[in-house]
Design a protein around this ligand. Structure first.
Ligand code: G6P
Length: 613
């Protein structure tokens, strides 16, 4: 939720840290700060608001010298958005500073203990407690250096953390550690860049390793040493970061969300590439191969996720029942994990997540595994916590998603779930010919998304017409009921317009009372089994004064009799239709937000990756 970047090398740390913070700002943006150690000691500067405010504050001070530093961009969990609650936090004795992502759950008890020991706190954060605890344990004269003090402190805490720590008494040392919150060490040429997200590393090096839970790393100019909190040595697995710098830059677009919406023909083509064998009517998913037999015998599939990923999971529920004939259910991870779920033999749990770090999704997955389920991941970020917790999985391969409102990850998730459903269906009962037909349509999806995107200017006009309205409805049936939920969520997230998504038939059971003159009602009315029923629902809203915006299939001219505005998508079989119907809804939300003057990529109160429950 927050972003960490740290540097040890020979270049001046400040600008490198600021540049890293800007790349991580999408993960949290209510305050930022950095600490640099040089020969004269530790300097900490913080500012409320965006990273640019921190940059201004540093400029006013004439900048910080030093080639060792830590930095943070925050999304508040403990304590309000103030300068004193911003990171880095310092101790009160040794010149120690720390940045932290996650939550120290037992911070209150530790704080009381430390207050009794005479420490004075200046913030309301759990992180300051950790800084003081490290300080309390730090005793270089007795052989407890910064690395050992961090290890000792982490033995006392419960909760989640990714931390980077420096101490002015050890100006050649950076200590970083992780449990439950991502952290990665980039290995450059005589320099190290640590970050919570690879996007802050790739500009400097593509060689990196991800920390495992309870790993603590000591980084010095001579190299690095990794051990766990009990000082058992660990050999990290060094990997090659695969994405290019241009993937995390705007490249001529006004916003990352806009770029990511328009990237979907390409991202979906990447997601499908090499996985479709049309000739044999087969899906090739290397990540599932080791478990193919167990999966074929699956008796129930539980899909679990949060946010947009849950909407993809809900489409997955339809796909698994329809294409693979396996009973399936999609559920909020946050609800699943706490309701004593029944996980029968033969259950497969599928965790769907862009980041692979969502705390609730990770916890739900662990709960299901504990109860004997096979764990699959449908994840974008390679090597993320959820990906590592699963027995097998399918990566989305849609590239890094920076916009807080998820778009290309959603279509990637739906495509991946479609492929898993076809993979199972083909092994269970579908013939090669039946599968090949759908595969041909699936292969055509990237081009059809490109066609749907051609209506961008028209969608903007519709957004202009209605963007001042404060209440919207999004209605759909079957496969496109979850798409309606997703359309409403997109509008809420970035336009701050109240929108409700629901099954079109449910409207009559209450929400129809909301319809008044001119209220925008977006209907997903593509050609399919329930088209006629949707048309009846449209008329029910229209006759009560609602303004109908319909997402319809190209060639459907009848719909213009009922809808004031029609957004067309190419014809496509129903199980694949959400991959297209969502496109105009993403564009609608994007344009409405821009027209209302909002910061599309950094919507208020939201975080890209929610790593706390
Ligand atoms: C946050 C993001 C959403 C995202 C959800 C789940 O709320 O703002 O866009 O859908 O988390 O994230 P995940 O990384 O698990 O897909």
């Amino acid at each position: 939720m927050c972003g960490i970047v740290a540097y040890l090398g020979s270049k001046p740390a400040q600008n490198l840290l600021l540049e890293g913070l800007k790349r991580l700002e999408y993960r949290g943006y209510d305050s930022a700060g950095l600490a640099v150690v040089d020969r004269s000691g530790l300097r900490v500067i913080k500012a409320v608001g965006r990273v640019s405010n921190l940059e201004d504050a540093l400029e006013d001070l004439g900048g910080l010298q030093g080639s060792l530093g830590i930095a943070h961009t925050r999304w508040a969990t403990h304590g309000g958005v103030t300068e004193s609650n911003a990171h880095p936090h310092r101790d009160d004795r040794h010149g120690i500073a720390i940045v932290h992502n996650g939550i120290i759950e037992n911070y209150a008890a530790i704080k009381t203990y430390l207050e009794d020991k005479g420490h004075t706190f200046t913030s309301q954060t759990d992180t300051e407690v950790l800084a003081m605890l490290i300080s309390e344990l730090y005793a270089p004269a007795e052989g407890v250096d910064l690395f050992a003090a961090v290890q000792a402190a982490l033995k006392e805490v419960t909760g989640a953390y990714a931390i980077a720590v420096v101490c002015e008494k050890e100006p050649n040392t950076l200590v970083v550690a992780r449990k439950g919150s991502p952290l990665m060490v980039g290995i450059g040429n005589n320099e190290f860049i640590v970050a919570s997200d690879a996007s802050a590393i790739v500009a400097h090096t593509t060689q990196a390793f991800a920390l495992d839970d309870y790993n603590v790393v000591r980084i010095t100019h001579d190299g690095f040493k990794t051990a766990d909190i009990n000082n058992v040595p660990v050999t990290p697995k060094i990997m090659q970061l695969e994405f290019e710098l241009q993937e995390i830059e705007l490249g001529g677009y006004a916003h990352f969300m806009q770029k990511e919406i328009h990237e979907q023909p390409k991202s979906l083509a990447n997601c499908l590439r090499g996985r479709i064998d049309r000739r044999d009517g087969k899906i090739i998913l290397g990540g599932l191969a080791p478990l193919a037999k167990d999966l074929t015998r699956a008796r129930r599939i539980i899909l679990t996720a949060q946010g947009t990923a849950l909407h993809a999971a809900m489409i997955g529920e339809y796909l698994f029942e329809d294409l693979a004939k396996v009973p399936a259910v999609a559920e909020y991870a946050s609800e699943f994990r706490y309701r004593n779920p029944i996980v029968e033999e033969g259950s497969v749990v599928v965790a769907v997540s862009q980041s692979g770090e969502t705390a609730d999704t990770l916890a739900a997955l662990s709960e299901a595994k504990e109860r004997g389920a096979i764990a699959l991941g449908v994840i974008n970020v390679v090597g993320s916590s959820i990906a590592r917790e699963t027995d097998a999985g399918v990566y989305l391969r849609v590239g890094p998603e920076i916009g807080v409102a998820s778009t290309k990850a959603f279509t990637g998730q739906v495509a991946a779930l479609t492929m898993i459903a076809l993979f199972l269906g083909r092994r269970r009962f579908t013939s090669a010919d039946q599968t090949a037909d759908l595969l041909a349509h699936l292969e055509a999806v990237p081009d059809k998304i490109a066609r749907a995107l051609e209506h961008d200017a028209l969608v903007r006009k519709v957004a202009e017409r209605y963007c001042e309205r404060e209440n919207w409805l999004f209605l759909g049936r079957g496969y496109n009921y979850p798409t309606a939920l997703e359309g409403a969520l997109k509008l809420k997230e970035i336009s701050y317009i109240h929108a409700e998504g629901m099954p079109a038939a449910e409207m009559k059971h209450g929400p129809i009372a909301l319809i008044n003159e001119g209220m925008p009602a977006v209907f997903i009315a593509n050609k399919g089994r329930q088209y006629d029923k949707v048309m009846s629902n449209i008329q029910e809203v229209k006759s009560r004064g609602g303004h109908i915006i319909a997402v319809a299939t190209e060639g459907d001219t009848d719909i213009t009799k009922y809808a004031q505005d029609v957004l067309y998508i190419p014809d496509i079989p129903e199980p694949l239709s959400p991959l297209l119907t969502v496109i105009p809804l993403q564009l609608l939300a994007y344009h409405a937000a821009v027209l209302r003057g909002h910061d599309v990529d950094k919507p208020r109160n939201l975080a890209k990756s929610v790593t706390v429950e």
